[in-house]
Design a protein around this ligand. Structure first.
Ligand code: NAP
Ligand code: MG
Length: 494
């Protein structure tokens, strides 16, 4: 059975993919390419242009020209809205192509990309398109002899560098508010998953976005990504990825033109389970989803389970049952619950974390490559380690795979202190049947999003982002539109 009705998911892709600059597909200046791979099979899907500094220069110059021309930046917000709504419709109209590219390139479940990732991407764009003509400026309460008008101005050229776990959706978290506010953009997708960004670029031209307003430079982080970060004519850099690379972007800014950098980084999100919860099965369902969805490659994944001693055994048993029941396999198979990781390198990195962790903790389930799957596939079994010490690597470091670290607590104070004791602060969950405790504990957690009796709540209407080294670049909600604009005051004197 196939999930696709309009295309054959096994048909080979067209082999070459160029950069998208100034409204046209062009090869890299060096003519070099790199292979993008299907992590379920290890097969090469396509050769993609390996963009470098000269290509970033070309793309930024095109974006700057487009911005200066006013063709987009000075168009009325209502007119921008119309183009972006058309673009959102085109995403929906091409949902199968985009979903298949996401699934092939990143190993993501096709049932998810078809139902959630791509429709969700269109919905985000639509939301910001609708917001474009609903944001007002201010008149400041100055001396009546003057008039001070405060407006939010587009910044100019925005660079976006994004990861591979939700390739188009993460990009859209940047693209939608940046374009809605009138900026031009250069996007650098992750090297593992460049294909959906290029297919989307084609749709921007179809929707009538003026040439140069949106550009895609595929390539490696240390080449195209760095060139964008160091560019003297990029006004802001929106980044989602690891804390390590976020720090590089902060230094690129310091070394170049003091561009604004908006880092959205990883996490080690805690799931706090208190003994007053009546329905442990519901907690187990949520906890398993929180760490095994998208093979654990979610920045806000609930990768630490902090559980009260009284419910520890019962809960760990229930989550382990769910881990064992997951069907692991091809992302294109509708019966699959968990697909591969994004790459063989990521599989090796995750397995190494597990091996080091298992030397200090009890491996309850998983920890290996599932036996019955192709060895070229980047598969890792859902894994649970219990008794994880609070000073261990597994307690503190982001694994970015289907690996749950379980630690026991005795008091509420201890639970809060443990939850807050990593350098991250992206998300957390609290499971309790006491409203007073939910309020107390959620208030004490240092996390950008705290979900009560659930995991990973998310909506375009609420801000997403973290504290501490999870970064400070809130995405989503109307607040994100502030990131892509600068305050400007005009004084009128009589
Ligand atoms: P990553 O290694 O930090 O890469 C992210 C992006 O930065 C990629 O496009 C990458 O290019 C580029 N890059 C790498 N090295 C660079 C360099 N030296 N200079 C400039 N750019 C460079 O992260 P990832 O492994 O793709 O993604 C996983 C991370 O993203 C996790 O930490 C996860 O928590 C985080 N994440 C956060 C959120 C959030 O909203 N907070 C959402 C999703 C993921 P290449 O592809 O060529 O390496
Ligand atoms: Mg790939």
């Amino acid at each position: 059975m196939t999930l696709f009705s309009t295309l054959d998911p096994t048909a080979p892709l067209s082999p070459d993919r160029d950069l998208f600059i100034d409204g046209a597909f062009v090869p890299a200046a060096s003519s070099e390419t790199f292979a993008t791979v299907d992590p379920a099979t290890g097969a090469t899907l396509a050769q993609v242009a390996r963009g470098g500094e000269p290509d970033v220069d070309r793309a930024v110059a095109a974006a700057r020209r487009a911005f200066a021309s006013g063709a987009w930046s000075r168009r009325s917000p209502a007119a921008r809205k119309a183009v972006l709504l058309k673009l959102a419709d085109l995403i929906d109209a091409n949902v199968e192509e985009l979903a298949l590219l996401e699934s092939l390139d990143g190993g993501k479940l096709a049932k998810d990309t078809l139902q959630w990732d791509i429709p969700g991407t269109a919905a985000i764009l639509r939301w910001y398109a609708e917001a474009a003509d609903k944001v007002y400026g201010e008149v400041a309460p100055v001396d009546p002899a003057h008039l001070a008008v405060v407006t939010r101005e587009a910044l100019g050229v925005v660079g976006a560098v994004v990861p591979w776990n939700y390739p188009l959706e993460m990009a859209m978290w940047k693209i939608a508010p940046a374009l809605a506010t009138g900026n031009s953009m250069v996007l650098k997708p992750a090297e593992q998953t460049p294909l959906s960004a290029l297919a989307f670029a084609r749709l921007t031209a179809e929707a009538g976005l003026p040439d140069g307003v949106f550009n895609v430079v595929t390539g490696y982080g240390a080449e195209a990504g760095q060139a964008l970060g160091l560019h003297m004519d990029v006004d802001a850099l929106a980044f989602t990825g690891s804390t390590r690379v976020a720090k590089l972007f902060m230094s690129y800014s310091a070394q170049s033109n003091l561009k604004q950098v908006w880092p959205e980084c990883g996490g080690k999100s805690a799931n706090l389970v208190f003994p007053d919860v009546a329905d442990l099965d519901a907690v187990a369902d949520a906890a398993a989803a929180g760490i095994f969805a998208c093979s654990g490659q979610v920045c806000s994944a609930n990768s630490r389970l902090l559980v009260h001693r009284d419910v520890h055994d019962a809960l760990v048993e229930r989550i382990s049952d769910r881990a064992r029941a997951l069907r692991i396999g091809s992302p294109l198979d509708p019966a699959t619950d968990m697909g591969p990781l994004v790459s063989a390198e990521q599989r090796e990195s995750v397995l190494a974390f597990v091996e080091r962790g298992a030397a200090q903790a009890r491996l309850v389930v998983g920890g290996s490559v599932p036996a019955d799957l192709p060895t070229e596939g980047a598969y890792v079994a859902p894994t649970i380690l219990d008794g994880v010490a609070t000073d261990s690597e597994l307690f503190h470091e982001e694994v970015f795979g289907p690996v749950l670290a379980v630690t026991t607590f005795d008091t509420e104070e201890e639970a809060i202190a443990l939850a807050n004791s990593t350098r991250y602060g992206l998300a957390a969950s609290v499971f309790t049947d006491s409203f007073a405790r939910a309020n107390r504990v959620s208030g004490a957690l240092t996390a950008g999003t705290v979900t009560i009796n659930g995991v990973d709540a998310l909506d375009v209407s609420v801000p997403f982002g973290g504290f501490k080294q999870s970064g400070f670049g809130r995405d989503l909600s109307l607040h994100a539109m502030d990131k892509y604009t600068g305050l400007k005051t005009r004084w009128f004197s009589g």
